[in-house]
Design a protein around this ligand. Sequence first.
Ligand SMILES: [Zn+2]
Length: 92
Amino acid sequence: MTREEYVRAYALEEGLSDEWAYALGYIEDKGKVLIALPCGCWAHDCPGWTMVTPDQVNPHLEVFTPKKLRETFTEVTKELGLRGESAIRSVI
Ligand SMILES: [Zn+2]
């Protein structure tokens, strides 16, 4: 499933507009922005994508993305001194 397919299906299921799904991979839900990110949560029915709010982006990238992306994100944020331990704890 592509990111666009996932965003359009999510919008349809939730009764939300998918006008930004193609270009940007996000949709709006009652004034709140939801962003599609790759998911590596190991649930048997996981479509490989998930919707997160802006404040969930970093915790998601640190914990629930596919291994290669998670390791790359962790390495880069560590190099830049941006790693947020409190963000990780907030989702576990
Ligand atoms: Zn998942």
